[in-house]
Structure formats: C-alpha cells, structure tokens
Design a protein around this ligand. Structure first.
Ligand SMILES: NC(=O)c1ccc[n+]([C@@H]2O[C@H](COP(=O)([O-])OP(=O)(O)OC[C@H]3O[C@@H](n4cnc5c(N)ncnc54)[C@H](O)[C@@H]3O)[C@@H](O)[C@H]2O)c1
Length: 266
C-alpha cells in the first residue's frame, strides 16, 4: 500500500513540520523528493537527514514567486526528468481577529496560502501532465487545507478564509483537469491541530484570546476539542498525504481527506 516507487515529488514548505515529515515518508515509500522552502539552512538539513542527493534535495522556493516555482520544477526535471506529485504544503497562520489584522497582513496571508497554491498548480501542470501520459494512474496534487477550511475558526478568520479557498480550488482544479483529460488527480487534506511550529502559534493566539500568558493551558483547551484524546503529530498528516499521492487513491479526485481526531465530527 501507498508505494511511490519511481515517482518524483515537489513539496513546498518542507523544511520543517508536516512538509518535512511528508518528504521523509515519501522517500521511504520509494519517491525522490524536492524540498522547497524559504528556510534554506533548515531545508538543507532536512534533505540531508532524509537521504542522499539521490533521493532528497533542497531547492529555495518562495511560493509567492513565479520565478522560484519555475526554478524548483526545473530542478526536479533536470535531476529526475519531471514531476509526478506536487504537494502544496507551505502555509502561514496569522492568529489575529478581523479588527486586529492589517491590510498588509491580509495580503501576505493571501500571497502564501492562496497565490502560492495557484502558482504551484499552474506552473507544475505541464510537467505533471507530461509524466501522467506514461503512468496508468496519472499524476497527483495534494493541497494542505485545514479543518479551518471546512468550518469557521474563531482563532483566525482570515486564515480560515484562505483555507476555505484552498478547499474549493482543489475541487475546481480536479474538475478542470478531468475535463481536459490531463490525468492529474487533485485532493485536499484537512488536519486538526498538529504539533508543529504552526500548531504552537495557534496555542499562543488561543492564550491571547482568553487573556492569559499560559500557553500550556491554551494547549489543553485545544486538546479538549479533539475527541480522540490527543493532538495530531506531523506523521498523522504525512501518512494521509502519501496515500492521496499514491496510486492507491486512484479513484479519488476533488475530495477532502479529514484527519482531525474527530474535531469536525462534533
Ligand atoms: N499545524 C497545524 O495545526 C495545521 C493544521 C491545519 C493545517 N495546517 C497546514 O499544514 C501546512 C503545513 O503546516 P505546518 O504545521 O507544518 O507549519 P510549519 O509552520 O511548521 O511549516 C510551514 C512551512 O512553510 C514554510 N513557508 C512559509 N511561507 C513560505 C513561503 N512563502 N514559501 C515557501 N515556504 C514557506 C515555512 O518556512 C515552514 O517550513 C500549512 O499549509 C498549514 O496551514 C497545519
């Protein structure tokens, strides 16, 4: 199950967190991976920790830059002949209410969480489409949405607006590529609260909202919203991403995989 032998993946925002764990599991599953991120030192360390140059390489990628995307896709093509998998994982959390957020902050959030997904998809399509011709199950895109792209977020309504956009862009892109006969499946994944740097930012903003500096107390509150009794780990989400990227998800496109410990079941 969930093998990726011979496939080439580009993962944005993979220097740390969910993206880094996804890169690790993808290499374990037989893929070769380009790790794209703005964190250069961390990205190189992650690539080194995962494998040799033959399986994982770092490429600087700011998802808001068309030139960076072209360079990252070009790196995958030059090294390994093209792309079979794109994971639009890079994202940012703002943690501010509607009245506190500035216009500049909103523009930055949109640039990373929305423009980044649009650009990555648009610019990777030629390569994904080309490689799909030689593969019976085609190519795959996996977009990192969130539970906040399914239900409202009192912590960060603007983040929620961007992730709602990712949720529906996923479905629309799936429909467009199916109509055009590209054989590129597009699916989203919707994590609950995951213990990463971003997860920590959500605890800090939750603490601020309830008027305390006690981040641990805020973490406990976040935990209590997950019926399964714990917060998520990066590997919980990475396993779902690997599945969606693999041929085992061959009949899935335009779908959202909810991996949230029961949070949105309530
Ligand atoms: N952690 C959670 O609780 C959670 C929940 C739901 C969804 N998500 C989503 O999962 C994805 C990964 O989140 P994470 O928890 O691993 O966060 P993280 O902050 O640990 O990692 C995000 C990565 O994206 C990179 N990044 C940020 N801006 C970038 C840019 N402009 N170009 C390229 N890379 C950039 C960061 O440098 C970082 O390495 C995000 O899209 C996030 O919104 C996370």
């Amino acid at each position: 199950m969930n093998r990726l032998d011979g496939k080439v993946a580009l993962i944005s925002g993979a220097a740390r967190g969910i993206g880094a764990e996804t890169a690790r599991l993808m290499v374990e599953a037989g893929a070769r991976v380009v790790i794209g991120d703005i964190l250069e030192e961390r990205g190189r360390e992650t690539a080194r920790a995962i494998g040799t140059d033959a399986s994982a390489v770092f490429q600087r990628l700011d998802v808001t830059s068309e030139a960076d995307w072209n360079a990252a896709i070009g790196a995958a093509t030059a090294r390994w002949g093209g792309l079979d998998i794109l994971v639009n994982n890079a994202g940012m959390f703002l943690g501010k209410g509607i009245e506190e957020a500035s216009l500049d902050e909103w523009h930055r959030l949109c640039a990373v969480n929305l423009t980044g997904v649009f650009l990555g998809t648009k610019l990777a399509v030629p390569s994904l489409r080309e490689r799909a011709k030689a593969r019976p199950q085609g190519s795959a895109i996996v977009n990192l949405a969130s539970v906040a792209g399914l239900v409202g977020s009192q912590l960060d309504p603007l983040y929620s607006m961007t992730k709602g956009g990712v949720t529906l862009f996923t479905k629309s892109a799936a429909l467009e590529f199916a109509r055009k006969g590209y054989h590129i499946r597009v699916n989203s994944i919707h994590p609950g609260v995951i213990q990463t740097d971003m997860g920590q930012q959500t605890f800090v903003s939750r603490a601020r909202n309830i008027g305390t500096n006690d981040v641990d107390a805020a973490r406990q509150i976040a935990l209590s919203t997950h019926p399964i009794g714990r917060l998520g780990m990066p590997t919980d989400i990475a396993k779902g991403i690997v599945f969606l990227a693999s041929d085992d998800a061959r009949f899935m496109t335009g779908a959202g995989l909810v991996v949230d410990g029961g949070l949105t079941a309530q």
